[in-house]
Design a protein around this ligand. Sequence first.
Ligand SMILES: [Zn+2]
Length: 328
Amino acid sequence: MSICKGIAGNRGRNPKGIFIHNDAGSGYADAAHYRNWLPTHNLENGFAHYYVCSDGTVQAEDDKYGAWHCADYDGNMNYLSIEVCQSMGNLEVFKKNEETALRLAAQKCKQYGIIPNAGTIRLHQEVAATACPHRSVEIHHGASNTKAYFISRIKQFMGENVSVPVHNTSGNTVFHAASMVSKGNPGIIFTYAVQLTDGTILPPVNNLEDFAGITGRSIANAAIKVNKGSVKYQVHILGGGWLPWVTGYDWKNHNNGYAGNGKAIDAVRVYYDTPEDIVSKYGYQRAQYRVSPVNSGYYPWQFDDETGNGQDGFAGCFGAAIDRFQLF
Ligand SMILES: [Zn+2]
């Protein structure tokens, strides 16, 4: 149960964008502070989903619920909210928190299929009479420059396979710890290919340079490999069940070279094992992947086999054949 317990209501659908706030708090208003303060705070005076601080990020509310963060019904209900904390304190600390907040925003954009643009990445002052996000606006020279900077930085982070460790108020890690130690890109390249139900094998794709599949034609089998560490994967047969995990990549090896039995599939599950040297340098990495039902838009991104926060442990929906697959 989240600390704010869904008090602002259940959205019943994915968030359509993200508001970036500055908390107007001192250098001492860190995660330890928010963890103590939130449970005693009168929530009607406002709260956000995430508080990004120098000592960690606190999640105060589950993504599926609204939060009273911007005094605007649509904003509160349909957008996630991220507070860049310690905005009255040391500039370098604030800048680091802002980077982490934008990285978290990128992770949320990927998770919910949000495309960063002027309509999805929002500032508090667009909908209410406030200087928020005051410090960001000051250092990026005005609201419109700030917004443009947020959008471009989020897009940049979306191209990297990193995630922000988020803690709930009891201090438990909600997401895998990753980017606390992460700077830069570990250079993980997934290569994947699919075979259609008519037997056609399509050329392999690396990360997000393309998608595997042809719109309108159902996928039967998939083969996946990675250049560092190891990956395992399995597929779910339309009208059937999960087939065993596979770790190889070879269309000629029917036992462990690809996942599938020639019939249409409706779901895929991928799990990435991060090698020690990447863990120590960049933190744990995850397979991030999505599929689209035939002739329709993509479902949200799935990370490994994670559940919660809008994820159900795999990509796909039982009963709907898929025609496109992406992984990075
Ligand atoms: Zn604000």
